[in-house]
Design a protein around this ligand. Structure first.
Ligand code: 13P
Ligand code: ZN
Length: 271
């Protein structure tokens, strides 16, 4: 067996959590990541049929039976993942009953996966139906996105439109827009179900006054989605209280979307 601490997927988790912490998006234990792994790839490092222990998932994830994920631990700090991946991360396989996770590696101090696992797994199920290549679900508390939640209307159309107006690249990066949920109790199956419903339509979902979820094919794509929203939210927070002298018009957004050939939410523009 090869050394799992040198595997590309552990490396990616280490780098991404460190980046997110460095950017100030994930204070304390804020944020969580789940990354679906290829069975063959994992088998180079682990015996995938020898679970260390089993952990209750708390809902029926039958669509994901046999799937393997590397997931951040609950209560764990992103800032600590890089130096101690075996305590702060875990690799789980969804067992044949769909309701249990088999721990294959990690959570060495007796810990378990993020409390937001329902939102993660339900979002994976929803996104895989839209895009079979989807592998990553990421949750974070980016500062400006969160700040914007307190001063901007939380309607999907208006929130997306404002973000699109803030950076030229926005409509090209997330032409599908941003889904928005009102404030809800986190860590529950209910918020998981609501998030997954939005994920049928969006790769980005704001949790009102809490943070954001992103989903994508790769770690880079998913990180980049959240990063672009956060950049736009930062421009908004830097300018919202100042007189607006210039703006990117809806006609210019159409020009961008057409030039880059993206399928955008036309109903989110005011034309
Ligand atoms: P966990 O520590 O359980 O991952 O929770 C962090 C968080 O961001 C809750 O929404
Ligand atoms: Zn959170």
């Amino acid at each position: 067996m090869e050394n799992i601490l040198k595997s590309p997927f552990v490396e990616e988790m280490k780098k991404t959590t460190a980046n997110m912490y460095r950017l100030g998006w994930d204070e304390r234990n804020g944020g969580n990541i789940s990354y679906m792994l290829d069975e063959e790839e994992v088998s180079k490092y682990l015996d995938i049929n020898r679970p260390i222990r089993t952990i209750d998932i708390g809902f029926d994830a039958k669509e994901l039976i046999g799937k393997i994920f590397i997931v951040t631990g609950t209560g764990k700090y992103f800032k600590n993942v890089q130096d101690d991946p075996e305590n702060n991360l875990g690799i789980i396989k969804i067992a044949n009953d769909g309701k249990t996770a088999e721990l294959l590696w990690g959570y060495n101090d007796g810990g378990k996966f993020t409390s937001e696992l329902p939102a993660h797994l339900m979002s994976h199920i929803a996104r895989l139906k839209v895009d079979p290549q989807n592998r990553v679900v990421m949750h974070s508390h980016p500062t400006n996105t969160l700040a914007m939640n307190f001063v901007h209307k939380l309607s999907e159309k208006e929130f997306t439109h404002t973000l699109w107006e803030m950076c030229t690249e926005c409509i090209v990066v997330f032409p599908d827009g941003v889904g928005v949920l009102p404030w809800m109790l986190c860590g529950t199956n209910s918020i998981g179900e609501a998030t997954a419903k939005k994920m049928e339509e969006f790769r980005l979902v704001v949790w009102g006054m809490h943070g954001i979820y992103g989903a994508g094919k790769t770690m880079d794509e998913t990180f980049g989605l959240i990063e672009t929203v956060e950049k736009a939210a930062q421009i908004y927070m830097l300018t919202a209280h100042l007189p607006r002298v210039n703006t990117i018009t809806d006609e210019q957004m159409v020009e961008l979307a057409e030039y880059f050939g993206v399928d955008y939410r036309k109903d989110f523009l005011n034309l």
